[in-house]
Design a protein. Structure first.
Length: 95
C-alpha cells in the first residue's frame, strides 16, 4: 500500500473503516468501507456535484468505495465522518 505526502503528513492510499453500525441491504450486510485514494477526476466530479462539504464527501465515498450513493447516504454520522475525514485530506492539496 502506497502513501501520499501532503503538507508533511503521510496519508495512506487505502483505508478500511469498520462500521460502528452496519448497513443492512436486502441481499447483504456491509460491515466495513474499503476506501482508496481518489483520482483527480473523482475529486473534481464530487466537488462539482455538490455545494456542501458533506455532499462532496458523499459523492467521494460512493466513488472510491464502489457503493451506490443511496447506500452511502445510509451511513450513520460517526461512520460517515470517519470516511469523510480520510477523503477530505486529499482535498487539501494546493498545487
Amino acid at each position: 500500500m502506497g502513501k501520499a505526502i501532503i503538507d508533511d503528513g503521510v496519508i495512506p492510499s487505502e483505508k478500511t473503516i469498520q462500521l460502528i453500525t452496519p448497513i443492512v441491504l436486502a441481499d447483504k450486510t456491509i460491515t466495513e468501507l474499503k476506501l482508496r485514494e481518489p483520482t483527480a477526476g473523482e475529486l473534481d466530479n464530487a466537488e462539482s456535484k455538490s455545494e456542501t462539504d458533506n455532499g462532496t464527501a458523499i459523492y467521494l465515498i460512493s466513488a472510491v468505495a464502489d457503493l451506490h450513493i443511496d447506500v452511502v447516504k445510509q451511513l450513520r454520522a460517526r461512520d460517515f465522518h470517519a470516511a469523510a475525514r480520510y477523503l477530505k485530506s486529499f482535498l487539501q492539496i494546493r498545487p
